[in-house]
Ligand binder design. Structure first.
Ligand code: CO
Length: 132
């Protein structure tokens, strides 16, 4: 059902500044930056082998990323698992009684279909599933 860790989402105050640490200290390049208006975030991907670090900067003062940083500071925000069919996986999760934030897939960065599971069902971890 789950193929791999697609990415780890990290909430940052300033994407460009955060990317400097990855570039200058760790030697990892930002491969793409994109604004996902519907989610109120600027997203930057840094590829590391088969997975990515996803830097998330909130573009909306009252958006979820800024609220997260206000409450908990910068840091790991979510873990994303890649699945073959998000519709199939969501169906299975509902059948198993998992609480979902997104009952239906929505569009994430890169036009991928994504959905978030509720941390109440996942030991406090915000889990994203993404397709493609
Ligand atoms: Co993500």
């Amino acid at each position: 059902m789950i193929e791999k860790i697609d990415h780890i989402g990290i909430a940052v105050k300033d994407l460009n500044e955060a990317a400097l640490f990855y570039k200058e200290i760790l030697g990892l390049e930002l491969s793409s930056v994109e604004e996902v208006e519907s989610q109120g975030v600027k997203v930057g991907f840094i590829q590391i082998g088969e997975s990515n670090v996803e830097l998330l900067e909130g573009t909306n003062e009252n958006g979820s990323i800024n609220k997260f940083i206000e409450k908990r500071g910068e840091g790991v925000h979510h873990i994303a698992f890649k699945v073959e069919s998000i519709d199939d996986v969501l169906k299975i999760l509902v059948e198993k009684g998992v609480r979902l934030i997104d009952e239906k897939p929505r569009e994430g960065a890169g036009g991928k279909k994504i959905a978030f599971l509720h941390p109440k069902s996942t030991n406090g971890v915000l889990i994203e599933i993404c397709e493609g």
